[in-house]
Design a protein around this ligand. Structure first.
Ligand code: 26V
Length: 825
């Protein structure tokens, strides 16, 4: 066969301005059929995206060839969520053609900075877990590691948030409305996925039982491939997202009855599987469609992986030498049963051989300790939707419990606790137990979190199989969160340490000396100020509130949840407001308190919190007594794109979850990397951030995990704090009264009651320490030089939290994969 993929096609010259402008023109006219004289900004966006895509696809093919030639071991990252954001700027910067593209577009009279804003975010995730998956893909590609994502191509991603009269209103995220230039549909590479039906058991001559899963419904999984460009453009990896397609004979039954319209309606119903991303609601709801989503993408992905393995002429026994599969939380944990089914039922392996392969192939990452977030499925539901998997799970459980019984004879309660079936809450399958038992490693995402997994949630498993439990602390990609989001600071870093930091973030330590250099500090401060001006303009545009860029930008940006304690921050806002009204704040620094984040649509308390933030903001921002000394703003529709505007402008990063509740946090890392100082509890990765930046350069306050635990054990009464702290009582009284809601005096009573009578997350217990730590923040902020010194040291010392370090640890300790760079071209 002729190799028509000529090496010469993409010499670096090809990427120059002239070549790019030729291909933008070509795409506009020949791919989109648009007249350059009447092309809209969106037409130009599509044209430049296609031109940039062309430049990725050859490298993409070469990368695959290269992995193939080396017979490289691959990792497959199975995740229900990939919170990717926009593609164009990322691709251009990673390929090194941003400036060339800007100049090329300028020739056509088109402003790149304007049109890049028109691209919708690919928001196929809820928050931390989904964004981590996107950072990991970026890192795998940037480090030439053979790693591929598998997920779902949701037609509607994370809902968009509108704030109307202070309330959150959700709107569907129609991100595919104008098409998606970054995806390549592969309608020829479908896999069938079955649901429902029943089991038939045959006994072979040797007495072995053979199980056949029959009837039921078949839906097809159709792949869409998204190229993932690494930084420097060397390797381009792949993210494969599955979309549900009705089988072509979906209509048979209906057609036989002559019901043509009924047949087409049925097609819509089966294609609902990939329709919409589920928001993390107040608790794990247990919806049938969600279970079908999980199995749908897992089954398609495993069939795809096994097909590739088979096409490479490898035996099933050799699977763990060639393939590692990472389960991003328990959402894909049904994969353990599905791989068993494929190996035993479809490929005729013995149970023992299949189990050995399965456990050596999978690894599992846990992302939360919150009991209400742990996935369990009613046995009744699983038996109906996936009858063969339910049977396999029983078999796995039976054998596992036998082993435990053997090692810990006589401990009945241990068996009950580790069983894959929870018998106490109406018979449910515990997906976390399935994931732990079916994997060679289970990891937490920060040192404290992993320790808590070993000591609490998975303590029984840890005693049975201690070597399975490891920690891999999260990280963030410096490509997006520094290089792209903060070009001013990136240039500053380039000037002082060169450009290597983008793939070796530890190089930032070379900035440390600058903390004591007045000129460097002045430059660093100027960069921050410019970023704050940009954010101030964004706030004025989106919310209509004017803020002073010289004030301290105090930000809490994350999903709205009681455990993250947005209300604690808000109590501090009310406290500051009262001081101003009392005339006790004359030498305090001016503050702009910024909140952003989405509440799950069914999470009533989270939505009330948003309402309260907006009510407080309304009063504070319009009180002439306050002026510019205090502003409070809720920025709507937080997402990857708005994060890239907010984070570079932050002075203070709020990481104030109750100790023991936030698995890691990654926003904490992005903010500190961009030179914000953290105020935080000893929770999640905050502890490691303190260890890296130094205790003098972070504001730590509040109860420790053991103190939280002791307080709860001994019967915590929040009312004591209300009684003992008049300042706190005054804030709560104001919120409970009509002060912030003159039109509806009882609006916020539920919030205050929940704090006074339950306070699950110990806000009142931490309030005094928090206010005290904030007073220190204030004092340091007023010393501009000292604040800048600490901010610069934060940036200089955050190298450890590069996602590249995280991925290296997974590659070495869990996946056993190696670098494999496509030839330098
Ligand atoms: C949490 C909750 C809380 C209770 C209500 C229902 C519910 C549903 C889902 C979740 C969290 C889902 C998993 C998740 O996103 N975890 C986040 O993972 C990040 C990446 O590892 C980590 O930095 C965050 O701390 C962790 O919350």
């Amino acid at each position: 066969m002729n190799d028509i993929l000529h090496e010469s096609v993409f010499t670096p010259l090809e990427n120059d301005r002239k070549a790019l402008s030729d291909s933008i023109r070509g795409r506009l006219i020949h791919s989109l059929g648009k007249d350059p004289l009447s092309a809209t900004e969106r037409d130009w966006l599509n044209a430049v995206s296609l031109a940039v895509r062309e430049r990725m696809l050859e490298r993409w093919i070469f990368t695959r060839r290269n992995y193939q030639a080396a017979d490289a071991k691959r990792v497959y990252y199975l995740s229900m969520e990939f919170l990717i954001g926009r593609g164009l700027v990322n691709a251009m910067l990673n390929l090194g053609i941003y400036d060339a593209a800007r100049e090329a577009l300028a020739e056509f009279g088109v402003d790149l900075e304007r049109i890049e804003e028109l691209e919708p975010d690919a928001a196929l995730g809820n928050g931390g877990l989904g964004r981590l998956a996107a950072c990991i893909l970026d890192s795998l590609a940037s480090q030439c590691l053979p790693g591929f994502g598998y997920g779902i191509r949701y037609e509607y991603g994370m809902f968009t948030q509108e704030i109307r009269d202070g309330f959150q209103i959700e709107h569907p995220d129609t991100w595919l409305r104008y098409g998606n230039p970054w995806e390549l549909p592969r309608p020829e590479a479908l896999h069938p996925v079955r649901f429902y039906g029943h089991l038939i058991t045959h006994y072979r001559g040797d007495g072995e039982a053979q199980h056949f899963w029959e009837d039921g419904e078949t839906v097809y999984a159709m792949p869409y491939d998204l190229p993932v460009p690494g930084y420097g453009g060397g390797n381009v990896n792949n993210l494969r997202l599955w979309s549900a397609k009705a089988s072509r004979d979906f209509e048979l039954e209906y057609f036989n009855e002559g019901d043509y319209i009924g047949a087409v309606e049925q097609k819509n119903v089966s294609e609902n599987i990939s329709r919409v991303l589920y928001p993390n609601d107040a608790s794990q709801a247990g919806r049938e469609l969600r279970l079908k989503q999980e199995y749908f993408f897992v089954s398609a992905s495993l069939q795809d992986i096994l097909k590739r393995h088979h096409d490479d002429d490898h035996t099933w026994e050799a699977l763990p030498e060639h393939v590692a599969i990472q389960l991003n939380d328990t959402h894909p944990a049904i994969a353990v049963a599905e791989l068993m089914r494929l190996l035993v039922d479809e490929h005729d392996l013995t149970w023992e051989a299949a189990w050995d392969i399965t456990v050596r192939t999978f690894a599992y990452t846990n992302h939360t300790l919150m009991p209400e977030a742990l996935e369990t499925w009613p046995v009744e539901l699983m038996s109906r939707v996936l009858p063969r998997h339910m049977q396999i799970i029983y078999d796995i459980n039976h054998r596992f419990l036998n082993e435990v019984r053997h090692c810990f004879p006589g401990d009945q309660d241990l068996l009950r606790r580790v069983s894959l079936i929870d018998e106490d809450h109406g018979r449910r399958v515990r997906m976390a137990h399935l994931a732990v038992v079916g994997s060679h490693h289970t990891n937490g995402v920060a040192a404290l979190h992993s320790e808590l997994l070993r000591n609490t949630l998975f303590n029984d498993f840890y005693r049975i199989m201690p070597a399975r439990f490891v920690n891999v602390t999260n990280g963030v990609t410096p490509r997006l969160w520094l290089h792209q989001a903060n070009p001013g600071l990136s240039r500053f870093i380039d000037e002082h340490v060169g450009q290597e930091w983008v793939h070796d973030l530890n190089r930032l330590t070379e900035l440390e000396a600058l903390a004591d250099d007045a000129e460097a500090r002045a430059n660093f401060r100027e960069i921050k100020l410019a970023n704050k001006r940009r954010l101030a303009a964004y706030i004025e545009r989106t919310v209509g509130v004017q803020v002073d860029p010289q004030a301290m930008f105090d930000v809490q940006i994350k999903r709205i949840h009681e455990y993250k304690r947005q209300l604690l921050k808000l109590l501090h806002v009310v406290t500051l407001y009262n001081r101003i009204r009392d005339g006790h704040a004359d030498d305090c620094a001016a503050r702009v308190v910024l909140f952003a984040g989405k509440a799950a649509p069914a999470y009533v308390m989270a939505k009330q919190i948003i309402r309260l933030i907006n009510d407080v903001a309304d009063v504070v921002n319009n009180d002439p007594l306050v002026g510019d000394r205090l502003k409070c703003v809720f920025i709507p529709n937080y997402g990857v794109s708005s994060a890239t505007v907010i984070i570079p402008a932050a002075d203070l990063s709020e990481q104030i979850s109750t100790a023991g509740t936030e698995a890691s946090g990654t926003g904490n890392m992005k903010l500190a990397l961009n030179g914000a100082l953290t105020i935080g509890t000893l929770d999640g990765a905050n502890i490691e951030i303190r260890d890296e930046v130094g205790a003098d350069n972070i504001f730590i306050f509040g109860l420790h995990t053991d103190e939280v635990e002791a307080l709860r054990r001994n019967g915590y009464d929040p009312m004591n704090h209300y009684r003992d702290n008049p300042q706190l009582a005054r804030c709560l009284n104001m919120i409970a009264s009509d002060f912030f809601a003159p039109d509806d005096p009882h609006r916020h009573k539920a919030i205050v009651d929940s704090l006074l009578y339950e306070d699950r997350y110990l806000l009142l217990a931490d309030y005094a320490a928090y206010v005290q730590a904030q007073d220190q923040v204030d004092q340091v902020f007023r010393d501009k030089e000292e604040w800048t010194r600490r901010a610069l040291l934060n940036t200089a010392r955050m190298g450890y939290f590069s996602i590249d370090r995280t991925v290296q640890e997974y590659a070495r300790d869990i996946w056993g994969i190696e670098r494999n760079c496509a030839s330098q071209r």
